[in-house]
Design a protein around this ligand. Sequence first.
Ligand code: SAH
Length: 360
Amino acid sequence: MLTLLDFSRTELRALMQEWGQPGFRGDQIYDWLHKELAASPEEMTNLPKELRARLAAETQCNPLQLIVQIDSRDRLTRKALFRLTDGATIEVVLMLYNSRRTVCISTQVGCGMGCTFCATAQGGLMRNLSAGEIIAQVHWFERYLRQEGPAELHVQRPTRLTNVVVMGMGEPLANYQALIKALRAIADPDGFTLSARSLTVSTVGLVPMIDRLSGEPLPIRLAVSLHASSNRLRNQLVPINKRYPLESLLAACQRYVQKTGRRITFEYALMRGINDSGQQAGQLADLLVGLLCHVNLIPLNPIPNSPFQPSSDEDTKMFQQVLERAGVAATVRLRRGIEINAGCGQLRQAAQQPDLIQMI
Ligand code: SAH
């Protein structure tokens, strides 16, 4: 079965011509999908009945089926677990702030990068998501905000998403083509119309792909998961560091900044006694000083079967101060959705264990 969201505007025109239809039918379908967020061909009222029937028989608009969705206690974070057409499951998170409404999306089922503190890594990589499966995650929460929107919003309802962060399951740059195709559709000024500057892609640090990304015409933001200031430690926490060690990763970041003029965010999950000492903060500052960047310190979300624990609030503060004093901008990311397993890959894992799903 074809997933219509996998098709660009041009590809939909071509599909319609293949079906013996005029090309503009493709434009109409694209507009229904990306502007009106149509969930079925029934809604596409300017298409001939027979075409709607064929679309209904041979294609799907929405490849996501909701399994469970849960809100955090303050109702500002909502996490959804979806089943894809082949039965695989993925997580998507909506986070509400005062002025931002951000969706965090997945790009793979599982992940092959093997970071030792990450829940998604524990199951390995199952497959890449298609562009349509990536786009559908954004559309799903956009539909929710447009149609009703949570009472907690401090803005007039209904409203729209303001930001998309590609920080859910998977390594986005390991699924490059589908990622770019999806981001293009999301940022399409004649489509979904989210500003590309509101899109952030987080990578474990795949050097050749960072170079490739810097050549894309889309002005998206880049975040790099660093988590350590020495190769010895990073090799243990983020095993891909053995292939792309810190020197080569930071050189790629430097090239990225030079080429795009855009600031890079470095993510650093603080783990007690592992990567949170003042000395390590100093070492990190030495690596980053002078680079157009910003460090996002994330209190670790502890996961089952892993020895890593979050740093204390004092150590977190101290770490941030060392960076700031050395001239490296650093903020501490708000802890969101801890009690709803909103950390990377955690809801999916919980849903596979019947005793834990009770808690949900
Ligand atoms: N593969 C990409 C994006 C997905 S993860 C990447 O590595 O950047 C998004 C962020 O969450 C990454 O910085 C990742 O290292 C971090 N992360 C994973 N597990 C975590 C945990 N248990 N606690 C805190 N951050 C975690």
